[in-house]
Ligand binder design. Structure first.
Ligand SMILES: [Zn+2]
Length: 427
């Protein structure tokens, strides 16, 4: 199969002839109006998009990889020429004329039957990441080496998952466009036959570490990046398919990984994980992911809650590493709002009077700046000369309406102690 992908080059691939290019008038790095599947109701389907690469598809037709302006990169896609309007000159609004919020538009804005639920984050109903998210370092556009998604999809166990972003799998794998990944050992395979052969031999049924938590079908396993190098590398490659900003691939020694699984008679199926730098004073979490087929089921919240439960045992008030991805910010906003409303409501019921930001932080292990940020998102204001927040019934119901929670009594964990060599970065 031909896969002539030419990202970021000054001109189109050499595969099409010059005549074809002139006829199409579509050039790499140029912007055009392109028909999108993701427009809002009452909005034109023709949106400004940058052409990043071309290739011949399996039917021998030329297609173009496009990034829609102001849309999240996970909406980038390969389109045929008939969706690109080359007749109209692109007119871009100046920054001051456009929306004051620069957070890229996301899947969660659209009601569109093209999306499977697996494409959506569980936190879609939350407050949108607005301009204030800038203060928390939400990831914005940045130069990225590879802007073109190199795998179309993966088979993960029995699940077919469309990928969102580039991941540095070896080239021979990316030429396959779709690869097969064992959901237990995370090894990857180019062909279905290789994968089936592996599944018959693979005896691993849970992540290679200690089980530190079990509540019914939910378990957490603790993995040391210095000891389970191959597993953690495979986990990082897999994660990058669904995380735009993640840069951790091979330097895994200074990190611990906490893998959440759902068990059945066949084994422990990975739902998601978070990583944590071993000797970080400030950060209680480095990277977090819920796999797409488990999103929108409350599992992201469970991962965040576990990171704070570990911090409580360590007696360290902390904050997750920034910048956040857009979906990461939404998940954290929701978690912080729920926990802080719960604390404020309880404090008001039993004590009344005032509570300081420092006290909220001490009760929740949420860093003071995250508390302050959350209070602003909840509508902190000045009432009768005092700084206060008005808790509505809806807010209190929201904070209690949790599908899943960590049961701390079921957590069996002692903070690991590391030697100097176990903490070092490889350079
Ligand atoms: Zn395996």
């Amino acid at each position: 199969m031909t896969n002539d992908i030419c990202p970021d080059s000054g001109s189109s691939t050499s595969t099409p002839t010059d005549n074809e290019l002139q006829e199409h008038e579509i050039t790499i790095n140029n912007k055009y109006y392109v028909k999108t599947k993701y427009h809002r109701k009452n909005e034109s389907p023709m949106q400004i998009a940058e052409v990043l690469a071309t290739r011949l598809n399996k039917d021998g037709n030329l297609e173009y990889y496009v990034h829609f302006k102001d849309f999240n990169k996970r909406l980038d896609e390969w389109v045929l020429e008939d969706r690109i309007d080359t007749s109209k000159e692109v007119v871009e609004m100046k920054l001051s004329e456009s929306s004051p919020c620069t957070t890229p538009r996301d899947l969660t804005e659209f009601d569109n039957s093209f999306f499977s639920t697996s494409s959506l984050d569980e936190s879609e109903s939350l407050t949108q990441a607005g301009c204030s998210s800038q203060s928390l370092g939400v990831l914005e556009k940045k130069p990225i080496k590879s802007r073109v998604k190199n795998l179309d999809a993966i088979w993960f166990g029995e699940h077919y998952l469309q990928t969102w972003y580039f991941s540095p799998y070896p080239q021979e794998y990316t030429e396959a466009r779709v690869i097969y990944i064992c959901e237990f050992c995370l090894n990857h395979f180019i062909s279905e036959k290789q994968f089936e052969r592996h599944c018959k031999k693979c005896t691993i049924r849970h992540p290679p570490g200690n089980e530190i938590y079990r509540d019914g079908e939910i378990s957490f396993f603790e993995i040391d990046g210095a000891r389970q190098v191959t597993y953690c590398q495979n986990l990082s490659l897999l994660s990058k398919l669904f995380l735009d900003h993640k840069s951790l691939y091979y330097d895994l020694i200074p990190f611990m990984f906490y893998i959440m699984c759902r068990s059945d008679a066949y084994g422990f199926h990975i739902i998601g994980y978070f990583s944590k730098e071993k000797n970080s004073v400030e950060h209680n979490l480095a990277c977090i992911l819920t796999l797409p087929h488990f999103q929108r089921q409350g599992y992201g919240r469970l991962l965040i809650e576990m990171s704070y439960e570990l911090a409580k045992i360590e007696n360290k008030i902390g904050t997750p590493e920034k910048p956040f991805s857009d979906l990461g910010l939404l998940s954290y906003q929701k978690y912080w709002q729920e926990i802080i409303i719960e604390v404020l409501h309880r404090y008001h019921q039993f004590h009344g009077g005032e509570i300081t930001i420092e006290e909220i932080s001490e009760k929740t292990y949420i860093a003071q700046r995250d508390v302050l940020y959350t209070l602003h998102t909840l509508g902190i204001g000045s009432y009768q000369g005092q700084t206060a927040i008005r808790l509505t019934d809806a807010m209190i119901v929201m904070s209690k309406n949790k599908k899943r929670r960590i049961d701390r009594s079921k957590l069996d964990w002692t903070p690991p102690v590391f030697t100097y060599n176990q903490l070092r970065y490889t350079k």
